[in-house]
Design a protein around this ligand. Structure first.
Ligand code: SF4
Length: 210
């Protein structure tokens, strides 16, 4: 299983975005409405990688437009990061779900599905060439940093990686939404914003050097 044969030689964001719709690199395309490619500035300074599109993203064809995306926007605002400076995408481009009544419930992509989809993420990194890569949650972090990587142990740290000048990882905003206790949810949101402030400081330092 691999998306590799479906990734075009000529890599531009519009070409990739069109080509991903024909990907059959794993079985996830079968039950999804469409592939959801990344979106954002062509040469964004920061590239965020989430797990996979959710129900709303699958229908809209756009990443991070559902509740988790709204929470990400709020956290970016809290950290002082302009979303226009960013590119957002997912490690896996098709929505994996199972039915529960009339609802489509998110299912975590398997390791083999995540690996199969990685060529699309690599192509996005090659075109956007961000200075900072932020992995949101375990699926993204393990796809890019290795299967043994633990977000809980290394969140908010600047990590050694040849993916970009700076690489860091934090939780996925949907994990904050899943928290039932209001106080804990607020504490987790504050910790998420703190992790994003690491990115904001890097952007500020760069702007000050210009
Ligand atoms: S999830 Fe990725 S590898 Fe699988 S079919 Fe979709 S785009 Fe291709």
């Amino acid at each position: 299983m691999s998306a590799e044969p479906f990734v075009p030689e000529k890599k531009t964001l519009p070409v990739l975005r069109e080509a991903v719709q024909g990907c059959r690199g794993c079985d996830l395309y079968r039950n999804a409405t469409q592939a959801v490619f990344g979106e954002g500035a062509r040469h964004a300074e920061v590239l965020f990688v989430g797990e996979q599109p959710g129900d709303k993203e699958d229908l809209a064809g756009k990443p991070f437009v559902g509740p988790a995306g709204q929470l990400l926007d709020k956290a970016l605002g809290g950290a002082g990061i302009d979303r226009k400076q960013t590119y957002v995408t997912n490690a896996v481009k098709h929505f994996k779900w199972q039915p529960r009544g009339k609802r489509r419930i998110h299912q975590k992509p398997s390791w083999s599905e995540t690996l199969a989809c990685r060529p699309w993420l690599e192509a996005e990194l090659e075109v956007v060439r961000p200075r900072i890569v932020v992995c949101l949650g375990a699926t993204a972090a393990q796809s890019l940093l290795g299967r043994d990587f633990r977000v809980t142990q290394h969140r908010g740290e600047l990590l050694e990686s040849d993916l970009a000048e700076h690489v860091t990882a934090t939780v996925h905003p949907s994990s904050i939404l899943r928290q039932q206790d209001e106080q804990l949810r607020q504490a987790e949101f504050a910790a998420f914003v703190d992790d994003l402030r690491v990115v904001a400081r890097l952007l500020d330092a760069r702007a000050a050097r210009r």
